[in-house]
Design a binder for this molecule. Structure first.
Ligand code: ZN
Length: 190
C-alpha cells in the first residue's frame, strides 16, 4: 500500500462515514500509522504529523494525528474516526503547510486559530478536542482531506503563497506562473 499523490482522483472524493469500528477499520488505522512512519524515514527533513485515509486511496472518514507534533522520536498517533469541525474560533492566521500527497510543495495557508472537533476514538468512545495553533491547523487540514479538499485549494490564487523544500530542508519561494498557475495535476477542475 502506498501514499497516493496529486492528481490521483481519489484525493478529490468525499469519504464515507465509518459505521462499526471493526477489524477492517483497525487494520486501516495500523496501515496509516505504518505508512506515515515509512514516509518519514525517506524524508529526513520533514515530520509526518498526520494522515487521512484517502491518502492511502481509502475513502473512509478516518484520520491519524501524531501525539507530539514536534518530536520525531514519539512515534505514537491517535486515530480519530468520523471527525467533524464543531466550531472554529479566533482570528485567521497564515502558516506553512505541506502534505504527503502534494509532493515537495509547501504553502502559507490561512486558517482560523482555534478549532473544536468531535470524533470517535478507536475504542468507540466520543472525544471532544479543543485545539489551537499547529494542532488546530493539522486537524483542519486532515478533515479537509475527508471532503476532497487539499491545502493548495485555500491558496490557489495567492501568487506569493507557494514554496518548495530544497535539498537542505529550507523553504524557497516557488515561481507561481511557472509551477502553479494552470497546473492540471494540482487543480484538475480549473
Ligand atoms: Zn495532507
Amino acid at each position: 500500500m502506498e501514499i497516493i499523490t496529486t492528481p490521483n482522483p481519489l484525493l478529490r472524493k468525499k469519504s464515507t462515514r465509518v459505521g462499526v469500528i471493526d477489524d477492517e477499520i483497525k487494520d486501516i488505522i495500523s496501515k496509516m500509522t505504518k505508512n506515515s512512519l515509512d514516509w518519514e524515514t525517506l524524508h529526513p527533513h520533514e515530520l509526518s504529523a498526520a494522515m487521512a485515509a484517502p491518502q492511502l486511496g481509502i475513502n473512509r472518514r478516518i484520520i491519524i494525528v501524531r501525539d507530539d507534533l514536534d518530536d520525531k522520536d514519539n512515534n505514537h498517533f491517535t486515530a480519530l474516526i468520523n471527525p467533524e469541525v464543531v466550531r472554529t474560533e479566533g482570528k485567521t492566521v497564515k502558516d506553512y503547510e505541506g502534505c504527503l500527497s502534494v509532493p515537495e510543495i509547501y504553502g502559507l495557508v490561512p486558517r482560523p486559530e482555534k478549532v473544536k472537533v468531535k470524533a470517535l476514538l478507536e475504542d468507540g468512545t466520543e472525544a471532544r478536542i479543543k485545539a489551537e495553533g499547529y494542532l488546530a491547523r493539522t486537524l483542519m487540514h486532515e478533515i479537509d482531506h475527508l471532503n476532497g479538499i487539499l491545502f493548495i485549494d485555500h491558496i490557489k490564487d495567492d501568487t506569493d503563497a507557494f514554496y518548495k523544500l530544497d535539498k537542505n530542508g529550507d523553504l524557497k519561494p516557488l515561481d507561481y506562473n511557472k509551477h502553479i498557475k494552470g497546473n492540471k495535476d494540482l487543480f484538475p477542475d480549473d
